[in-house]
Design a protein around this ligand. Structure first.
Ligand code: FE2
Length: 237
């Protein structure tokens, strides 16, 4: 990692940030990164350019509470984090973020990105993925991971959930027991189960305080949706 980046353990600490005048450099790189950012599967509407734009917008809001973080590393990692996007069932799914980090490192080096920030970008990309199981060691990696997870929650997260479920051939919900009272959760078979099986676990994994607050708020919204859905669907009783 760059010498100015703080080593992280389980939390993200605040440190003074020395760099100044990042606005112009950020603006210049933002357009270039957006052009590089298209993932392998350009037809996946849950991981398209709008997802990348939302992740960066969320990350920018988290950066406001972490002036110690390097915004250029966060900007690059947000734009390139899904540049290798493998389907959930793909055998190399758990390796996708490492593959994305390697590809991003090559692309950025070829584009003249600051060499001393390449390690930071690559780590933030490889650590963002839930399935990779890599703990973020830098504040930039914490911010990118939180920002990506926030896009799985709330109204947009719900839309992405059902979009992905449709692509995988899952049912909307269990026909007789949508709340999984008398069966194990199965989010491969029933899209509604994904809220409790996976999304409800995300707030506890957030690395920044602002990310955790937003994640809880968006999970509350998802659970309110789930209640309304089940009222309309029928509870099987
Ligand atoms: Fe993502």
């Amino acid at each position: 990692m760059s010498g100015t980046r703080s080593a992280m353990s389980s939390t993200c600490l605040r440190m003074p940030r020395a760099e100044a005048g990042m606005g112009g450099e950020l603006d210049e790189w933002r357009a270039r990164l957006a052009a590089m950012a298209m993932p392998d599967d350009g037809a996946d509407g849950a991981h398209d350019a709008t997802h990348v734009a939302r992740v960066w917008r969320a990350a920018a809001s988290l950066l406001a509470e972490h002036p110690e973080a390097d915004p250029l590393i966060v900007l690059a990692a947000c734009h390139l984090h899904d540049i290798v996007n493998l389907p959930k069932q793909h055998p190399d799914r758990a390796r996708a973020s490492r593959m994305a980090a390697e590809r991003a490192r090559r692309l950025l080096a070829d584009a003249g990105f600051p060499a001393d920030k390449l390690d930071g970008v690559a780590h933030a990309i490889e650590a963002h993925s839930f399935s990779a199981g890599i703990a973020p060691r830098t504040i930039e990696a914490c911010i990118v991971q939180d920002a990506d997870r926030l896009d799985a929650l709330g109204a947009v997260g719900l839309a992405r959930l059902y979009y992905t479920a449709g692509r995988m051939g899952s049912a909307l919900a269990h026909p007789a027991d949508p709340l999984a009272r008398d069966r194990p959760l199965d989010d491969r078979a029933y899209a509604l189960d994904h809220i409790e099986a996976k999304l409800a676990t995300l707030p506890a994994t957030m690395r920044t305080a602002a990310g955790a607050r937003l994640a809880e708020k968006r999970l509350d919204w998802l659970r309110a949706f789930r209640d309304t859905f089940v009222d309309e669907w029928g509870r099987g009783d």
